[in-house]
Design a protein around this ligand. Structure first.
Ligand SMILES: NC(=O)c1ccc[n+]([C@@H]2O[C@H](COP(=O)([O-])OP(=O)(O)OC[C@H]3O[C@@H](n4cnc5c(N)ncnc54)[C@H](O)[C@@H]3O)[C@@H](O)[C@H]2O)c1
Length: 340
């Protein structure tokens, strides 16, 4: 089977390309390197021993995208990662997010329709649930989005549902919880540009000395240790779920179908637990302090994962310790890779 991966040089995309190649899929990748680096292609090849077929295409460029897809009509499924993902930036520059995330998805769906490509796996997010009582299942209500970024995920899910109803499209929307960690080889991982928004890159950057101190945003939440609770899922586990989603789509007997799955571990970990786990696994003492709450943070969320386990035949295999170990190995290796 031939799979098109948009955003395939990004964090989750690159790990998914590795898993697809290892599973014997033929993979074509498009990306515009807006938030990634060309050296990722070489590093994927080092891991899998297979060349990555790649084209530098911006999914906002409708003409180039259409030409590319029409030359690759034999694509069986698309895994659509390409998007902008910085919540704060989306508040400052919402048009960029609507154009890239929503406009780009529309261009992709048009190109797929024109060329008879009928399977898509979409990267959605647990942000669609807002503050819900965990464990959160897929039938939890969708809440008013807290940012333009979150809203683009909700809008894309709606667009995909409408297009599925109107055509032969088969769609899987995957709602990721908090992806962390890196490949065991430490050749690919998350490349945060500027100051990281997420906890784990902030931890590893502080530990290595790129940041002076980590601030924990609030320890007065209604949780056992007072800090926020999230569901941290290893990026390799997450990548593997995309293979299951592609298999699921190809086994679907109906002409069109729309399915949603949570991808998480089903277990919540507090910010302090993550810090303690990092210190235990790496034997590095982290410089951190407790600060005030940060606006927009919810108290706790973790996934109900029964649906993915039952219908996709997927569940996570790695624990928080492995997440911390691989994230740290990646941070240490980052300097020596071509990207430095
Ligand atoms: N990482 C997370 O915490 C998280 C959580 C939930 C959902 N998601 C979603 O998962 C997907 C992948 O996330 P990620 O963490 O790998 O992000 P990432 O930024 O590492 O990867 C996205 C890739 O898409 C590319 N891209 C962006 N705009 C493009 C365009 N117009 N044309 C072509 N390529 C373009 C970027 O260069 C990058 O390589 C995104 O859709 C994101 O919104 C991520």
């Amino acid at each position: 089977m031939k799979i098109l991966v948009t955003g395939g040089t990004g964090y989750i995309g690159s790990h998914t390309v590795v898993e697809l190649q290892n599973a014997g899929y033929e993979v074509v990748v498009i990306d515009n390197f807006d938030n990634s680096h060309p050296s990722v292609l070489l590093n994927i090849e080092k891991i899998t021993g297979k060349k990555v077929v790649f084209e530098n295409i911006d999914i906002r460029d409708k003409k180039s995208l259409r030409e590319f897809v029409s030359k690759n009509k034999d694509i069986n499924a698309v895994i659509h990662f390409a998007a902008s993902k910085a919540v704060g930036e989306s508040v400052e520059n919402p048009l960029k997010y609507y154009e890239n995330n929503v406009g780009g998805t529309l261009n992709l769906l048009e190109a797929m329709q024109e060329n008879g490509i009928e399977n898509i796996v979409f990267s959605s997010s647990c942000t669609v649930y807002g503050e819900a009582t965990p464990p959160v299942n897929e039938d939890a209500p969708i809440m008013l989005a807290q940012s333009p970024y979150g809203n683009t995920k909700q809008i894309c899910e709606e667009v995909l549902l409408d297009q599925t109803n109107a055509s032969n499209l088969k769609t899987v929307s995957l709602r990721y919880f908090n992806p962390v960690g890196a490949h065991d080889s430490a050749l690919i991982g998350e490349l945060p540009l500027g100051i990281p928004n997420n906890l784990v890159p902030y931890i590893t950057q502080t530990a290595i000395g790129k940041r002076e101190i980590l601030t924990v945003f609030g320890n007065d939440y209604n949780t056992p240790d007072g800090t926020c609770i999230r569901d941290f899922i290893h990026v390799v586990d997450l990548a593997k779920a995309h293979i299951k989603a592609v298999e699921y789509l190809s086994n679907k007997k109906y002409k069109s179908s729309y399915s949603v799955f949570n991808l998480g571990t089903g277990k919540g970990s507090s910010v302090l637990e993550v810090i303690q786990t990092f210190e235990k696994v790496t034997q590095v003492k982290l410089n951190y302090k407790i600060g005030p709450r940060r606006g927009g943070d919810i108290t706790q969320i973790y996934a109900g994962c029964e649906k993915a386990e039952k219908e996709l035949g997927w569940k996570t295999e790695r624990d928080l310790e492995n997440c911390m170990k691989t994230a740290w190995d990646w941070e240490k290796k980052l300097e020596s890779l071509l990207i430095s």
